[in-house]
Design a protein around this ligand. Structure first.
Ligand code: FHN
Length: 482
């Protein structure tokens, strides 16, 4: 047999493909891991009981409270359009005027047990409380600065009664701490001169002391929620921050720290230069939610959300769209369906009371949670394809899927696609388990669940108890040619 010569027009592209493939592979290997001294120290989720508890919380509360609650976004009769807790940075508010608000801090209506009761009634399983926001004012009597509650007319510690009250109510406490501190003379946005560097070294010691102080004074707190870590000065402290994190974790094993605390030695935040999450959960979901499970990269995460637009501290005006309880419940269900927690912010007033609108929303959410919390607590991603009626969640380790319905189909038929070899054993309404629902398999592993929603005025939950399917159950329609 005569062999045909291999033509060059075949060889050349082949060579190019091979070379590209090989260099590509070498590149991929090199790109695989950069040696990092101060990158992430773990890949994948934490598996310990403390983190499992956090992961199953579903719903949390955020509290922003400090001196900024006194002006409530208003100075000299003028409303400030930015976030109320940032008013000190507003040009028209003189810094000394803001700083002297400490002499007005006297929250006579503050009642820690009432705050905890509101959170409990709402169904929150954890709370994140601002121990110190960017203004530097400390809600605990820190011995490292005079800018604390101890030197206000109130005089007493705020954190201790809060930690105790929430803990008594069965709500885990996380301490919010802003690294950026506008009150400390050593704080810098960047370090450009030797003088900056000396000042910032002092600030670092102060920060470390305050954090150790907080962890020592409030041993019941389960974690730290860091903020104000985006400035260049802090980003440059990879070694210091890494060592401080290790020190805190040693002091308090099991401590939960999110991805905002530190940067790696290349200045990468949240995710290190190898794209691995820094810390125990992703803290980037602020006032936004992921849309698909791919967006969360297999990590733990929580979403922190305001009720009005970007207002965290108390704002008298509360302009713009105010979210309804249905919107907030939907966000909670969406977060849980994508494996995260939803944390709703409250901004108590300067006198320590909580505004009526917040109390009302908390009650409405709580009413819903009382009936439907089974679909939220200890639940996560169901693995099911997203459908138009809402979000599905799944209880860990149990064959139950919860369909949290926000959009009612006019047909009354709720489409569900289950994984192969899974069938629905039983379906019913979570609010009324006697209402067993009709289920029809419409394609292989694809079902219609029929529910009469004529009387539903709020989102509701359909439960699917699932079981293994013996046969694949294919029907002829699936095989039709087109
Ligand atoms: O600047 C702060 C803001 O005031 C608020 O505390 C939020 C809460 O997540 N964190 C910062 C912005 O990311």
């Amino acid at each position: 047999m005569v062999r045909k010569p291999i033509k060059s027009f075949i060889i050349l592209p082949l060579l190019i493909i091979l070379t590209t493939a090989t260099t590509g592979a070498v590149y991929a290997q090199n790109a695989e891991k950069i040696k990092l001294k101060h990158g992430s120290h773990r890949e994948g989720k934490r598996t310990d009981a403390i983190m499992q508890k956090w992961r199953g919380n579903g719903l949390g509360q955020f509290i922003h409270w400090g001196l900024y609650a006194i002006p409530g976004g208003e100075w000299n009769g003028k409303q400030y359009n930015g976030a109320a807790e940032w008013i000190r940075s507003w040009n028209e508010m003189p810094k000394p005027a803001y700083d002297s608000l400490i002499y007005k801090f006297n929250p006579v209506n503050f009642n820690a047990d009432q705050w905890a009761a509101i959170a409990k009634d709402m169904g929150a399983r954890y709370v994140t409380i601002t121990t110190k926001h960017h203004d530097g004012f400390c809600l605990w009597p820190s011995k490292y600065t005079s800018y604390t509650v101890a030197n206000s007319p109130w005089k007493k510690d705020i954190m201790k009664p809060l930690v105790d009250a929430y803990d008594k109510a069965g709500i885990d406490v996380i301490l919010y701490f802003s690294i950026m501190d506008w009150n400390h003379p050593g704080w810098r946005y960047d370090i450009k001169t030797r003088a900056d560097s000396i000042a910032f070294e002092g600030f670092k010691k102060f920060t470390r002391n305050q954090l150790i102080e907080l962890l020592t004074m409030y041993p019941k707190a389960k974690g730290l929620w860091f903020d104000g870590t985006w400035d260049k000065s802090w980003i440059k402290q990879a070694k210091f921050a890494d060592e401080l994190e290790a020190e805190m974790r040693k002091l308090r094993p099991g401590l939960i720290i999110g991805s905002r605390f530190r940067a790696d030695e290349y200045g990468k935040r949240h995710f290190d230069s190898n794209n691995v999450l820094m810390g125990d959960y992703e803290q980037g979901w602020e006032r936004k939610l992921p849309n698909t499970i791919a967006d969360v990269h297999g990590n733990d995460w929580d979403c922190v959300m305001t009720i009005p637009e970007n207002q965290w501290g108390y704002n008298k005006a509360w302009k713009g769209h105010i979210k309804t309880s249905t919107e907030l419940i939907e966000m909670t269900a969406k977060a849980v369906s994508l494996g995260g927690n939803f944390v709703l912010n409250f901004g108590p007033k300067g006198d320590g009371s909580i505004r009526d609108q917040e109390k009302r929303l908390a009650l409405e959410i709580g009413d819903w949670m009382k009936v439907n919390n089974e679909a939220i607590y200890n639940c996560g991603y169901s693995g099911l394809e997203k459908q138009d009626w809402g979000y599905s969640t799944k209880k860990t380790g149990i064959d139950k899927i919860y369909m949290v319905v926000f959009n009612i189909p006019v047909s009354g038929a709720y489409r569900v696609k289950l994984p192969a070899k899974t069938a629905i054993a039983k379906s019913y309404l979570l609010a009324d388990q006697n209402q067993v629902l009709k289920v029809e398999e419409v394609h292989t592993n694809e079902y219609f669940v029929y529910a009469n929603a004529a009387n539903q005025r709020k989102p509701f939950v359909i439960v699917l108890e699932t079981k293994k399917k013996e046969r694949s159950g294919e029907n002829n329609y699936d095989k039709a040619k087109t």
